[in-house]
Every structure is written in C-alpha cells, then in structure tokens.
Design a binder for this molecule. Structure first.
Ligand SMILES: *[C@@H]1O[C@H](CO)[C@@H](O)[C@H](O)[C@H]1NC(C)=O
Ligand SMILES: *[C@@H]1O[C@H](CO)[C@@H](O)[C@H](O)[C@H]1NC(C)=O
Length: 465
C-alpha cells in the first residue's frame, strides 16, 4: 500500500500540474485552447481505459527503445500526420522521435501527456503552423528540433512553456522576418541563448533574405517597410546589409547535413557532394558520417571544436592527403573509417591525439609500401588495443597484396642495423623495433616512453615518512 500511495499521488500531481500552470494569468489565448484539449484528451483516455483496461496499442507502428537507461519512442519515417497519443506507450518517454513524417500543424496542447520529454525531434516534416500553446506542459524539454520544415513564423509565446529549452534548431525553414517575428528574433539573440536558432535564415522579405535570425536587427522588423516603388531601396538602403556572398560556396554542416538525436547526436553528411569537411560541426555531435563525398584533403583544424566525436566516417571519398593536425582534439574518437579513399601513406603525427581509438578501417586505399608507410605500422604497434583492417600494400608490384605490417617486418629483417642508424628520421620510426611484439614492447619502454610513463621497476624503494 505505501508503494501505491505515492505513485497515485504522483500521477494525480502530473494530471494537475499542467492545468494549474495554465490557470496562471497572462499566459495567452493558446493556453486556454490547450486546457480544453487536455480535458478532451482526459475524457477520451478515461473512456478507453474503462472499456478495456490498459490496452497496449501501438497503432502508429512506432518502436520503444531504452538506451543508456532512457526511454525513447521512435516514430521516425512512419508517414504520421499527427502526434501519436501519449498513453500509447508502456512508459513515459524521455525522447520522442518524429523526424521524417508528414506533420503539418502543431495544435494547442499537442504534447499533453508528454510532460516527461527531454527531447523532441520534429525535423523533416511539413510543419507550417505552430500554435502558441503547442508545447504546453513540456517543462522539462531541453532539445527541440524543428529544422527542415515549412515554418515562416513562430511566436515566442510558443517557447514560453519550455523554460528549460537549451537547444532549438530552426534552420532550413522559410522564415518571414517581419514584425510578427520580432519577439522570437529578440529571444534567439539573447547572448545566453547561444544554442537557440543558430543558422536559421530569413527567406523573406527580399531585403533580409539569407540574413541569419541571429543577425537581423530587430529594430528594423516592425518599421513600416519602404514603399515598393522606392528605387533606392535596392542599393543604398541601410536595412539591406549584404551578408558575405560566400553563403553558397561555404559548406556549413548544420545546413547541409541532417542531425539526428537518437541514440546519440549524429550528423549524416553522406552523399552531399562535399569537397571539404564542412564548417560548424556542433560540439555535441557524437557521430558524423561524411562518407560518399568528394573530399580530397583533410586540413589542420577541420574538426576543431567537434570534441564529442566518437565515430568519424570518411569512407568513400577521394582523400589523398591528411595534414598533421587535422585530427587534433578528437580525444574521444573510437571509430575512424578511412576506407575506400586514395591514401598512399599517413603523415607522421596524424594519429597522435587519438588516445581512445578502438577501430580503424583502412581498406580500399592504394597504400604504398615504402619507407613512408612505417609510421602507420609504428602507430599500430604502439596502440595494440586498436582493431584495424585493410592495411595492404597496393604498390610497388613486388609487394602488392602483402600486409603492410609484414612488409615492414621483412624490411627490418633485411636492413642492417648500422644502415638504419644513419637515417635522419630514424627516431620516429625505428624499424629495429618491429622484429617481434615482445621486443617492440621492451624497446619502446626503454627508448620511446618518457621516463615518467615507464612501467614501475620491479624493485623500488619507498621512503615511509
Ligand atoms: C510496421 O513495422 C513493420 C516492421 O518494422 C513493417 O514490416 C510494417 O510494414 C510496418 N507497417 C506499417 C503499416 O507501416
Ligand atoms: C561508413 O560508411 C560506410 C558507407 O556508408 C559504411 O559501409 C561503413 O560501415 C561506415 N563505417 C562506420 C565505422 O560506421
């Protein structure tokens, strides 16, 4: 009984909370509508429960998943035209994925019953209207994805019901930057709201086309527009500042790629015809797929700021060259896929920051088995925990098809010691170290490891004070 009572209480509180919230004065028209909706919904669900107990309907064919202890409802790509009813699920979802459906309108109270949501993904729908009370009750929501929709306006009032909102994605919507948008634009420009509305741009009016919402001067929005016939308007009007014309040429990750939040933040930038790594990869992205593009060259700082990255897929590009420093800062990277490119070797130092790498895919590259490939093998030996695949000599002909490691080993066996010691780059890739893993281990400890990183000696004297 004393288990059930608090549960019941909590349930009642949950039901009561939104309605008391809405009774607070001054919250606008939309909320009254939401209250009616709430009442309707409650009546409806009560009716259903009394008829058939707790039916476990999953009418929309969505799937329920638990990842890292958090309950997700995945309704992506289900041709939905409305928000599924909340009491359909076996638990209260923390994350609701509704991307790639056919939702057109978010009505008042659309998410009643979803008060436990932390994230809501509505990207890639056809939403053109969001009622002021659409998000009522979502007091815990931190992430709202509305990119790739058809929104021209959104009132700031719609955001008021989400006091914890920290990430709001609005880009790729045809924003009409007129007076109606004044309060939203002011909100996204508040310095502490640095993750609200990034990269969203005005589509209209013409004088503000392509301006970022973050950069529109809100003072200008509610001014009477200049008469259309004013000929000076086009050229000298100070309200028509030209944004850098590089918009098209610049490859900006947040507009070019699709971002998903399940089960972690993932950016799909594959098949976008990219010739370089796009800029502005958000720092919370965990997985980025850049495969099937035309990237030839990784440059220093290409992934600067992408510090959460764990999976980086660069397969099926045209990569010939990876600058030292281009993978700097990827301290948490686990998987790196470089397969199916045009790589012949990897520069010394390129892999140095990848402390936690566990998988490295290298197949389908024309690896050249000469001295420049030694770094690759050197690095692999130093990182025995990394599973790697595909490191085969492509040329010269006498080594074609041979494993690169085998090539380096046979090179070392064939190459007399004193000759090796004459080489200038000797220290970096001492071939002497490749005879057997055991020797490698022993010699590395002696010669390569800074003394403070060496294994403790067998006998040590501790001074007990
Ligand atoms: C429901 O999901 C199953 C499995 O994913 C699929 O085979 C089936 O076609 C789906 N049905 C509908 C109506 O979408
Ligand atoms: C990278 O993308 C390719 C092609 O889409 C895929 O086959 C491969 O499994 C991906 N690699 C990783 C590590 O996810």
């Amino acid at each position: 009984m004393h288990v059930i009572t608090p549960l019941l209480l909590a349930f009642l509180l949950l039901l009561l909370l939104p309605s008391t919230e809405m009774k607070k004065p001054g919250k606008g028209r939309g909320l009254r509508g939401a209250r009616h909706k709430l009442r309707r919904d409650r009546v409806r669900s009560a009716g259903r429960h009394s008829r058939s107990g707790f039916p476990k309907l999953v009418p929309q064919n969505c799937s329920e998943l638990t990842d890292s202890g958090e309950f997700f409802v995945d309704c992506q790509e289900r041709r939905l035209t409305s928000i599924p009813i909340s009491n359909t699920w076996s638990q209260k979802p923390k994350h609701l994925l509704l991307a790639q459906n056919r939702i057109k309108v978010l009505r008042d109270g659309a998410f009643i019953g979803y008060e436990s949501l932390i994230s809501l993904d509505l990207q890639q729908n056809q939403i053109s209207l969001v009622a002021d009370g659409a998000f009522v009750g979502l007091t815990q929501l931190t992430t709202l994805l509305l990119q790739h929709n058809r929104l021209a306006t959104l009132s700031e009032e719609a955001l008021i019901s989400m006091p914890n909102l920290r990430y709001l994605r609005l880009y790729d919507n045809p924003w009409n930057c007129v007076c109606l948008m004044d309060s939203l634009i002011r909100t996204v420009q508040v310095p502490s709201n640095r993750n609200l509305g990034n990269h969203a741009r005005c589509a209209e009016p013409v004088r503000l086309k392509n301006r970022k919402l973050k950069h529109v001067d809100p003072e200008l929005l509610c001014k009477e527009p200049d008469p259309v016939s004013d000929p000076k308007d086009k050229e000298t009007d100070p309200t028509q500042p030209i944004e850098p014309s590089s918009i098209r040429g610049k490859q900006d990750a947040t507009t070019l790629c699709h971002t998903y939040i399940f089960p972690q933040i993932r950016m799909d930038c594959s098949n976008r015809g990219l010739t370089e790594v796009p800029t502005n990869i958000p720092e919370d992205v965990v997985h980025i797929d850049l495969s099937h593009n035309l990237i030839r060259h990784l440059k220093a700082r290409d992934f600067q700021g992408a510090r959460s990255l764990r999976i980086l897929n660069l397969s099926n590009n045209k990569m010939e060259d990876i600058d030292t420093g281009s993978l700097n800062g990827l301290l948490h990277l686990r998987e790196l896929d470089l397969s199916d490119n045009s790589l012949q070797f990897i520069h010394y130092g390129v892999l140095e920051d990848l402390y936690f790498l566990s998988q490295l895919k290298l197949g389908g590259n024309p690896w050249v088995c000469d001295y420049s490939i030694h770094y690759m093998v050197y690095w692999i030996h130093l990182h025995p925990g990394v599973r790697h695949a595909g490191l085969l000599c492509h040329s010269p002909p006498q080594h074609t098809g041979e494993s690169v490691e085998e090539y380096v080993h046979s090179y070392n066996r064939a190459c007399p010691k004193d000759r090796q010691h004459n080489r200038i780059d000797q220290e970096e890739t001492d071939p002497e170290l490749w005879n057997t893993p055991m020797e490698v281990q022993g010699e590395l400890e002696e010669e390569l490891e800074p003394s403070h990183l060496r294994q403790p000696q067998k006998y040590q004297i501790f001074r007990l004070s």
